[in-house]
Design a protein around this ligand. Structure first.
Ligand code: ADP
Ligand code: ZN
Ligand code: ZN
Length: 682
């Protein structure tokens, strides 16, 4: 083992003498010094130079503790030199090296630099994101089944075609896309492609959306590949994740499954990246760097000469356009191999209905129960009702810290903010004018539950949403699967990745709930969600039925979803985006200024607007500055500006200059978030 050298005349002596067991003490003049470039998890692009003894363990890819101003910070060593950079004096020594072995290889440092360049963050921030940090320990299903139990299935003709394309050498490394409904056999193709790649001595990264799907797919992969599989997910502790990371680094695990951050898995000899449910919003990071796993995956595959395959029943509009242009190779899987059939879908207007269940939906619930089958009622919103409004004076109860309506939770008689968690007692009369007419408008899962219980007192009903405790989620799902529950009510949680054999009826109570959001992707999200939810039904039974209730029966996204007409929806949506100049016909970089002081947030964006006027290329334009749709979160005012350009290249260059000029006159007490290719503009 290498020895750590501590200079007895350096400031770290004797402060860390007990940290590492193997220490050799040398005096100042016994050391040959080397110089190291260090980057920190800070929004500063600069590399900082430090010295350390040549015989020490400092090397590229390890973390080191270093003096930084009057503080000490842990940074990443990303470069080294034999002599001090010209003109640099008073180079301070590193205090100590944190890792025995490098965490990053030069290939990964290069990836971090690419992320920093693309997502406009620092290299230190990118490296920090790539590191397998973990949250607090939480219980997670253990998956230590080492024996391999599942063998590959005989593929259908459509599946075989896709697999052949995926395993044939392609000098262009064109991404492949498996487009097919749930149950059409995408996973089986992914698994057999992975096996092929691994038999050729290469490695595989298998990306899945957050949480629910991770467990299910991880289990399937474990059963197929045994010990050669590694799982990375946010339910694991930091040390569990680090252990898996090291197993991957040592080459013991050759297929890695996990959510978006698994795209950074330190596999060597990468052969294939799989992106399941490509359209899923969880592939985009919500913190700096706000990377998209699909973008990073495509870059990695290009650099490392690996293949990439994605799949979904509801591709993103971006992916659809690339398929149309032939830049992604599309393979259609049209048959449900799990049996079952396409469900019948009926759209019903809610306009004349009191309450939230139409007569027809009520009748179908009854028929389903009489057949001994089950119903799922889906609603994209928790709580009893979603806002408190006074018809007399127009008063609306909103969060003190954010600007969104509070959601009323009847069981606790509280109004709750779903962004920051603020709660208050629900008022009996209008706080502004005293009217007794003020009431709760809109539907929530609790309100539906109440109506459903009143209407079907003899049926067994359960609710599942983000308010449900972790342990009881699994219990409820198990009971439902066993047939011990007749009606399951819930939010997204029931829509994603869950397959219930006894389900006949899926009711979407209020299909338009996402449509009024001021976001150019509102229609895409609504369409995608409805099709995904509808896909739950009929998966196992031939007579599946989906009822879609809406106040906007003429809306295109709702109509096309009910007709399961993806081509029709995407064509119309692409035309619309083209006409309005939104992605995928342009690229956007969004700046959000956040401050406790409303004026300062406005001033920061005023400065940026002024700077941008000189620097933006002619093919770019500016939207805003404006208040964000959610104008306040947790006491911070939020204003944003969108820069929109034809290509990312020109936009990047301009925005980099804007940022650096703004840095010279930055507004104090304002935090600036930069989001390249934003997925949400709330
Ligand atoms: P998807 O990923 O598209 O939802 P899966 O690959 O999970 O679809 O397949 C759905 C179901 O069909 C699974 O139960 C799977 O075992 C089964 N299946 C997949 N491919 C075949 C096949 N070639 N022959 C028979 N059953 C298959
Ligand atoms: Zn009022
Ligand atoms: Zn709030």
């Amino acid at each position: 083992m290498q020895k750590l050298v501590v200079r007895i005349d350096s400031p770290e002596f004797p402060r860390n003498w007990n940290v590492i067991d193997n220490i050799v003490f040398l005096s100042w003049n016994q050391c040959v010094t080397r110089y190291f470039d260090v980057v920190f998890d800070l929004p500063v692009e600069q590399r900082f130079t430090y010295s350390a003894p040549e015989t020490g363990i400092a090397t590229i890819g390890v973390r080191a503790l270093a003096p930084f101003g009057s503080r000490e910070l842990t940074g990443f060593i990303v470069g080294e030199h034999e002599s001090a950079p010209a003109g640099m004096k008073n180079i301070r020594p590193l205090w100590r090296v944190v890792d025995k072995d490098p965490l990053f290889e030069s290939r990964e440092i290069a990836l971090a630099e690419w992320i920093a360049g693309f997502y406009l963050c620092s290299c230190g921030q990118a490296l920090s994101t790539m590191l397998p940090s973990g949250r607090r320990p939480t219980s997670s299903p253990s998956m230590n089944t080492n024996e391999i139990t599942d063998s590959p299935l005989t593929l259908s003709g459509e599946q075989k075609q896709a697999l052949i394309a995926l395993t044939a050498p392609d000098p262009d490394f064109l991404p492949l896309y498996l487009y097919g409904v749930t149950g059409s056999g995408k996973t089986e193709v992914f698994l057999q492609a992975a096996e092929f790649v691994m038999q050729a001595g290469k490695t595989v990264i298998y990306l899945v959306p957050e949480i629910t799907l991770t467990y299910q797919t991880a289990e399937v992969i474990r059963r197929r590949f045994g010990d050669t599989a590694a799982t990375l997910h946010s339910g694991m502790t930091g040390s569990e994740r680090l252990a898996e990371w090291m197993r991957i680094r040592r080459g013991e695990a050759r297929i890695v499954i996990g959510p978006r951050s698994a795209v950074f898995a330190p596999v060597r000899n990468l052969g294939l990246i799989i992106i399941d449910e490509e359209h899923d919003g969880s592939y985009k990071a919500g913190n700096t760097p706000r990377y998209h796993a699909r973008q990073v995956a495509m870059h990695r595959c290009q650099i490392e000469k690996a293949s990439i395959v994605m799949g979904s029943a509801t591709p993103s509009v971006e992916a659809w356009k690339l398929m149309k242009e032939g830049k992604f190779r599309r393979f259609d899987l049209t048959r449900r191999l799990s049996g079952g059939d396409t469900p019948r879908i009926r759209m019903l207007s809610l306009a004349q209905t009191t309450g939230c269940l139409t007569t027809i939906l009520k009748e179908e619930i009854r028929v389903t129960a009489l057949m001994g089958k089950q119903t799922i009622l889906f609603l994209n919103r928790r709580g009893f009702a979603y806002c408190y409004r006074c018809p007399a004076c127009g008063y609306e109860l909103t969060c003190k810290h954010c600007s969104v309506s509070l959601t009323y939770h009847k069981s606790r008689n509280r109004a709750v903010c779903h962004y920051c968690g603020y709660e208050t007692e629900a008022p009996r009369v209008c706080p502004q004018c005293g009217s007794l007419d003020a009431s709760y408008a809109g539907f929530g899962t609790e309100m539906i539950e109440e109506e459903v219980r009143r209407t079907f007192p003899d049926l067994r009903i359960s609710r599942l949403d983000a308010d449900t405790k972790k342990g009881s989620i699994q219990k409820t799902l198990d009971l439902f699967r066993l047939g011990a529950i007749d009606i399951l009510l819930g939010t997204q949680m029931v829509a994603k990745g869950l397959n219930f054999p006894g389900v006949r009826l899926v009711g979407i109570v209020f299909a338009d709930s996402g449509l009024h959001l001021p976001d150019f992707r509102a229609a895409e999200r609504t369409f995608s969600l409805l099709v995904q939810v509808a896909g739950r039904s009929g998966r196992f039974s031939p007579d599946g039925i989906v009822i879609v209730q809406t106040l906007r029966p003429n809306d295109l996204a709702i109509q096309k979803a009910c007709a399961l007409d993806a081509e029709g929806f995407f064509d119309a949506e692409l035309n619309q985006r083209n006409a309005t100049g939104f992605p995928p016909f342009s690229r956007i970089i969004r700046f959000t200024a956040r401050s406790k002081d409303e004026q300062k947030a406005g001033q920061a964006l005023a400065k940026i607007t002024q700077i941008a006027a000189d620097l933006l290329p002619p093919d770019a334009d500016v939207l805003g500055p404006a208040e964000c749709p959610i104008a306040m979160i947790a006491g911070n005012y939020r204003r944003h500006i969108l820069f929109r350009g034809k290509t990312m290249k020109t936009l990047h260059n301009a925005v980099r200059s804007i940022i650096s000029r703004y840095e010279e006159h930055r507004e104090p007490k304002v935090y600036l978030e930069i989001d390249v290719d934003p997925v949400s503009i709330m």
